[in-house]
Design a protein around this ligand. Sequence first.
Ligand code: SF4
Ligand code: ZN
Length: 761
Amino acid sequence: MSRYIATSAIRGANHIVRETELYLQKALKEKGADAKVGFPNTAYFLPTILGLTGRKCETVGDLVPVLEQCKSLTHPVPARSRWTPYLGETLDSGIATLLSVEALEALRYLYGEQPERVPGFHLAQASFTSPEFTKDDGDGAGQLNGPIDDIQLRSWGIQLVDGRMPGFAALVGCAKSNEVAVKIVRELQRRNILIFLAGNVNGRSIIHQLQEEGVEMGYDTYIVPFGTDTLSAIYAIGFATRSALTFGGMKGGQSREILLYNKARVFAFVLALGEVDDLKYAAAAGAISYGFPAIADTVIPEIRPTGVTSYEHVISMPFDEIEGKDDLERAEKLVQKCIEIRGVKIKMTEVPIPVPYGSAFEGEVVRKADLRFESGGKKSRAFEYLYSAPMDKIEDGKVQVYGPDMDSVPDGGYMDIGIVAEVAGRKMQEDFEPVLERQIHHFINGASGIQHVGQRDITWIRVSKAAFDKGFRLADLGKILHARYHADFGAIVDKIQVTIYTNPADVNTMLQVARDAYNKRNTRLGDMADESVEEFYSCTLCQSFAPNHVCVISPERVGLCGAYSWLDCKASFQINPTGPNQPIPKGSQLDAVKGYYTGANDFVVQASHQQVETVSMYSIMENPMTACGCFECIVMVVPEANGVMVLSREDTSMSPAGMTFSTLAGVAGGGLQTPGVMGVGKYYLTSKKFLSADGGFKRVVWISSVLKKTMADELKKAADFAGDPDLLDKIADETICTEVPDLVAYLESTAHPALTMDPMM
Ligand code: SF4
Ligand code: ZN
């Protein structure tokens, strides 16, 4: 190991620990020991400190012992003559750096210096954020993201779990040119790798570079700008630490487990762009304890694997020495190399269209000012319909457009379109049609500059000017579908052809055909009851993060993440018979009301590694189903109201339980049975089997208003089924009350049925 890097990391650590101590002294004097510190919207205090030391820092005073610990981890800078192969001092310095930097960032929050503001900056995230993120102080500057909140962490959770999102790359510094910066980011997006941005070189940051090139940054585009200094890179480590706490079920202070968890499960690396100073070295030394290698695009001394693990790396890849015909090719190779060093194979689908493609573009919004063409929405109609056809009727890969293309429409204009996909496969079944059709949304959204909303005959597609100028046309929609169905559903789809209709007469004819099919499917799904099938399905996809959790999915109970219905599981089992969705023969019914089945019990015992012995399908009070961290909603008993509250993941406000979603999530998750608390998928609320053992939908006394709004029709049906058509008006939400006494008063004033039902407890 190089002496230089040890010296540099130790020197960097000593420096930052001293600086943090000075800042801490200042804060103790000016703000006092009791002044609150913390990051917004997280239940994990200062997460790296919590994870590695077990300390729950809430005040300036709480940081004092943390700093003492940091000091004990620092070492004297080695004399020139002393050489040691011992990596320990470097790793110690790295950990001291992470802890003190996080403390320092918390203090900077206290002083209003975080999150940082950058002139002319705009954050691309509509959802999940508190209003202060979009606040404009009138100085034309926009706030950078700062730390990632728990809600976003969990909402990415499922993608991290199922591998759609392999992990993250922390880009620190400034790329050789703007062009190179954009290329690096696009290469990462193509692979669905989350991108965190921090740091600068001589005041210039990759954040500035991307901003100048008009690259949208924010949760919606998977590019998260933390800050333009090196310190803010700590938020990446905070994210990794919380992954272990949230999905790995670890507790604060289990530092060894947390580091090992990250090494084994979290695919991440640091890419240092431009000059690497002492602080960056020290931070890189911290990152390698997590198993995250650091790759620099400049000449720096390397730390090669020591043999202890394969991941202790600091690698130098001087940009100009990378072989390639130009900088763009060199940038592409740099990214490839980083991925090789971290050692994960990433599946990538080549989609032959003229714009970049990857699920990183799924959240992209095409704004009115950028709009070239649209179909659907208020002014026109778009529909999509997929059905299976005999093998010999389909020519694989054929894409036809009948009628005029987007060129015939003026800028910002619209027309009706119909997208009809025909698929064939020896294992294809009619039941899979809706499952496959629903993928169109994700597939089309993966194209940069194309936005897809809705499904069936309420589809809405927008194409940006930039995508149009690059040559994107209607036929490309078909090419996307062809590439993706082969890549993702190759086990059931052998052939696919796509026809796009734009002549009004054709659109109308095909729309009628499609609507007949939608109706048929509606009734087929509507008729499907738990009693009418022989088997339920398991989902153990989340066990890579929550080792003992298993979802039992029945026709009337969707998986708690909302992403897996009974039909989806069935299709998934056909596609991958040894995969995470296995049929569970129901066995004999032990209790029809509470939903006890011998088959489900037997399955859950072994799949939960003996942690859960009995599972009730329909009760929250007795042996309720466990939860990992992915639930869309939390259902929790409010004893005083003799009912339950339903808190949505999208709701950041306080609830009658006295906790916000992110705090409550810690109670509901973790794969344990907690009577009175359950994580559920939001469509389970509308099921006839929703808490049917405990009184059903009439038990709901409080619900996040976002659910009332976005699921108005479905909830109305549930109210009708419960025999109380006005029930929704009797249910409170956070705009009405967040305290139990106010809730009870409201229920009394509306004569809510829960008040007169049998006692829940
Ligand atoms: Fe995870 Fe359950 Fe969703 Fe499967 S159904 S992905 S186990 S939350
Ligand atoms: Zn999960």
